[in-house]
Design a protein around this ligand. Sequence first.
Ligand SMILES: Cc1cc2nc3c(=O)[nH]c(=O)nc-3n(C[C@H](O)[C@H](O)[C@H](O)COP(=O)(O)OP(=O)(O)OC[C@H]3O[C@@H](n4cnc5c(N)ncnc54)[C@H](O)[C@@H]3O)c2cc1C
Length: 430
Amino acid sequence: MADRTRLAVIGGGWAGLAAAVEACQAGAEVTLFEMASAPGGRARTVSAGAHALDNGQHILIGAYSASLSLLRTLGVDPAMALLRLPLQLRYPEQAGLQLRAGHPVPSFALAVLRHAGWPWRARLSLLRHCTAWALRRFECPEALSVAELCMGLADEVRADLVWPLCVAALNTPAERASARVFLRVLRDALFSGPGSADLLLPRLGLSDLLAHPAAAWLSGHGARLRMSQRVEALHASDAGAWLVDGERFDAVVLACSSVEAARLTQDLAPGWSGLARALRFEPIVTVYLESPGSALPSPMLALREGPADPAQFAFDLGQLDPRRSGQFSLVVSGAAAWTARGLDACAAACLQQAQRQLRWASTPRLLRVLAEKRATFACSPGLARPGSAIAPGLYAAGDYVDGPYPATLEGAVRAGMAAARQALPRSASR
Ligand SMILES: Cc1cc2nc3c(=O)[nH]c(=O)nc-3n(C[C@H](O)[C@H](O)[C@H](O)COP(=O)(O)OP(=O)(O)OC[C@H]3O[C@@H](n4cnc5c(N)ncnc54)[C@H](O)[C@@H]3O)c2cc1C
């Protein structure tokens, strides 16, 4: 044990867990510090028992290769744990865009041509725009917003497709969202091979999907998990080593939130810390409803958002897990305007929206409202995100770290794996 690299991972969300697993596989001696009593971070189950609810409804897509590979490493079979559906944006009153299984590019083109709700000029203009984006390799100027990128598209296409996709993927409304990041997500969804655009909906609670299997795997591979331990201080020690609350480590992966990472590095690396501190956030509100005997026409439906209608999506949890039959979640992404009005007002508006836009076998009632004020960073045009390297032997991991993705599970997992690889010498034995 004595000559293995001693690595501290600070933070046990998906980024920290991915970093810890990667480092264990490379032979390091890993200690993971997590201030909460359980791992999982923002993607965790928040209550137990019959009404165990996730901190928010999460969706993965087929292109999330690093997350899927991590699940397999942990012994979680993605085919069992996730419901795979070809990409669809179905509305209660409209079949919407529905891709078929197979390669996403022809399937997307066909789905657009078949879209009965859009006039022909709208369908053709969307295909022309997509072709132009592909010819430019999905690159565009840094300063462009999604709203500006899509100015030439028909109103129906923007309202039915672009706005909901943008707020679902970037958690930032189109007029404030980075076109460059949006195009990268589109590129990966359409061009990472068959199934890459598929929606993957967790059948398990989020903690059972990743956090619990990861904790068990790490314990089984000799990692030390220090739950309920908030790291207060990080200092440089002698010979390139680091002190985490006074305990010596050869290297550190900082996988806590950007706010905490900025605090821990403010004296060590003021420039990096300033970039992390400058990030702004977008909230997400998740409203859980109960309506015994009810079912939606598909596990996930897009909803019509409007001044009195906060939610963009509804999920039928019973179609993901039969034990949750009669439970539903409504998701309000980019929810700043609604959190400003107060959670009670948002929940009441969601309930009314659900009653107006969806069919119910019994009157739906509110089960629980969850709001995450710092759900993701605001993915705005020209945003400068802090990189992974902070100082020799000190690396950041997290969904906010500079990379191709917006704040997503995949961004977090990729950042975690990359930070662990950077933090360790080629062989983790010293
Ligand atoms: C409501 C909601 C819905 C979402 N929906 C989706 C979705 O559909 N698809 C998708 O891909 N992504 C989604 N996301 C985003 C996704 O959850 C995040 O991108 C991902 O969980 C971030 O993981 P992370 O490890 O980078 O950060 P976190 O999960 O925030 O983990 C950081 C961890 O560090 C710990 N910590 C902080 N400070 C310290 C300290 N000083 N010492 C020790 N521990 C510390 C925290 O307790 C936390 O556990 C959603 C997020 C929310 C909130």
